[in-house]
Design a protein around this ligand. Structure first.
Ligand SMILES: Nc1ncnc2c1ncn2[C@@H]1O[C@H](COP(=O)(O)OP(=O)(O)OP(=O)(O)O)[C@@H](O)[C@H]1O
Ligand SMILES: O=C(O)C1=C[C@@H](O)[C@@H](O)[C@H](O)C1
Ligand SMILES: [Mg+2]
Length: 419
């Protein structure tokens, strides 16, 4: 019996990039099939009306008894994320294992002899633990909110000064609840690397905090692509040159999905460069100031005049937080966006931040409430320079013609400054 149905099952799939990954990779149509209840998941498995599927949270254990043949690795881990229907027989695999191992390897994270702390005791925990164990970790600790099943509580974990590698396997910080973080990575004096299996956003709050302190970090996007490539091999029976296909596909998709945020002095050209850059890279332009005006129904000089700067900053932070969760956008910000610290992580979670620089004498000043020209502008520049520097991945020179600026921005973006 031929079904031709490929796709993903799980309770909630709104955040998943699996459809675009599989379709770009292998050419079959791939459906996201959310099954909110366990009863629906069981009914789906009983019917067996599919060619091949991936399985995600919370059904990686539930599907085990429906499989006729289970790969030994999947069996020992106790989780299946890939099922192939061959003539009515279901074969179960775990490609997250190889996906996580790939992620650690390409980022130069070696578990041999290391003390590793795994956050979370749910489905992905056992896969990650198996990789750490197989690759020679000396001590593997786990932490959870309850501290049950032999795990530490987060408070207890924070006292383990010997932790060298932290791996998050919880959904904490995942889209749409971005910005959340369960523990402070800077509390670990021996910490070398933080890995997060979450891939949406590209960088969770945990990773952004670690990165700020110079700790090596990697988000889960390349793991997602890697497990998809390994799954596609099972689905199609084809062999992929994984060591080139995975990085090529990851990079292409990251470029497609990444945001580019433009920051810089008032009137330096963020909106103008943003519009041209969005067109050039086929991304959606969001002009933050225009979006604030649209959503509040007031123009910006009026907001400043009637409600004051603090109120404006609150609107700005709230609206940017919502926009920056999205992907594939050029976000042209207002000059003062860097005054609110949370905005910096919002912009960096899904892409790069470019600091647009234009000589002071060329800055536009009309209609800009905080930009009066002359000495005041010089003073403003002095105050903000350290903030622009800290927030940005690179400087974008906008002293020449617009086309030069746009091509320079494309080169910076394509040089993977924020991957
Ligand atoms: N490379 C350039 N060459 C010529 N004119 C430019 C260039 N870049 C920007 N401009 C001009 O400078 C002015 C200010 O640009 P724009 O409104 O894009 O700045 P902005 O940074 O978005 O300002 P704000 O901080 O108020 O949002 C516009 O008139 C724009 O056309
Ligand atoms: O979110 C997703 O699209 C997925 C996540 C992981 O559970 C993978 O194991 C699964 O194949 C797909
Ligand atoms: Mg602007």
């Amino acid at each position: 019996m031929e079904h031709k149905l490929y796709g993903l099952i799980g309770a909630k799939l709104g955040h998943s990039y699996s459809k675009i990954i599989h379709e770009q990779l292998a050419g079959y149509q791939y459906e996201l099939m959310p099954l909110p209840t366990e009863a629906e998941a069981r009914a789906f498995m009983e019917k067996r009306a599919f060619s091949a599927i991936n399985v995600t949270i919370p059904y990686k254990q539930l599907v085990i008894p429906y499989c006729d043949v289970i790969d030994p690795k999947a069996k020992s881990i106790g989780a299946i994320n890939t099922i192939v229907n061959r003539d009515g027989k279901l074969y179960g695999y775990n490609t997250d294992y190889a996906g996580f191992s790939y992620l650690a390897r390409v980022h130069g994270v070696d578990f041999a002899d290391k003390t590793v702390l795994i956050l979370g005791t749910g489905g992905t925990h056992s896969t990650v633990e198996a990789v750490c164990r197989d690759e020679g970790a000396r001590t593997i600790l786990s932490a959870s909110r309850t501290g049950k099943y032999g795990a530490l509580t987060y408070n207890e974990a924070m006292r383990r000064r010997d932790v060298q590698i932290i791996i998050n396997t919880t959904p904490c910080g995942m889209y749409p609840n971005v910005g959340q973080c369960m523990l402070d990575p800077t509390a670990f004096p021996a910490l070398e690397a933080v890995l997060d299996v979450i891939y949406n956003p590209f960088r969770t709050e945990l990773l952004l905090r670690a990165e700020e302190h110079g700790i090596k970090t990697a988000g889960g996007f390349e793991m997602l692509v890697a497990q998809a490539v390994y799954a596609a091999q099972h689905f199609t029976g084809r062999f992929y040159a994984v060591d080139s296909v995975i990085p090529t596909a990851s990079r292409r998709l990251q470029h497609q999905l990444a945001n580019i945020s433009l920051i810089g002095m008032p009137g330096c050209g963020k909106s103008t460069v943003g519009a041209a850059l969005a067109k050039r890279l086929n991304k959606t332009l969001v002009d933050l100031d225009e979006e604030i005006e649209r959503r509040t129904g007031n123009n910006i000089p009026d907001i400043f005049a009637h409600e004051g700067e603090d109120a404006f900053r609150r609107y700005e932070a709230e609206i940017l937080a919502d926009i920056a969760k999205g992907t594939g956008q050029v976000i042209a910000c207002g000059g003062g966006v860097i005054k609110t610290p949370a905005n910096v992580h919002a912009m960096r979670q899904n892409g790069c931040v470019l600091w647009v620089q234009r000589p002071l004498g060329k800055l536009a000043t009309s209609g800009r409430p905080l930009s009066k020209g002359g000495a005041a502008l010089k003073q403003l520049q002095a105050e903000r320079t350290p903030l622009y520097r800290a927030a940005s991945h690179a400087v974008l020179d906008n002293s020449g013609p617009l086309t030069n600026t746009v091509e320079a921005a494309v080169r910076l973006f394509e040089s993977d400054i924020a991957l």
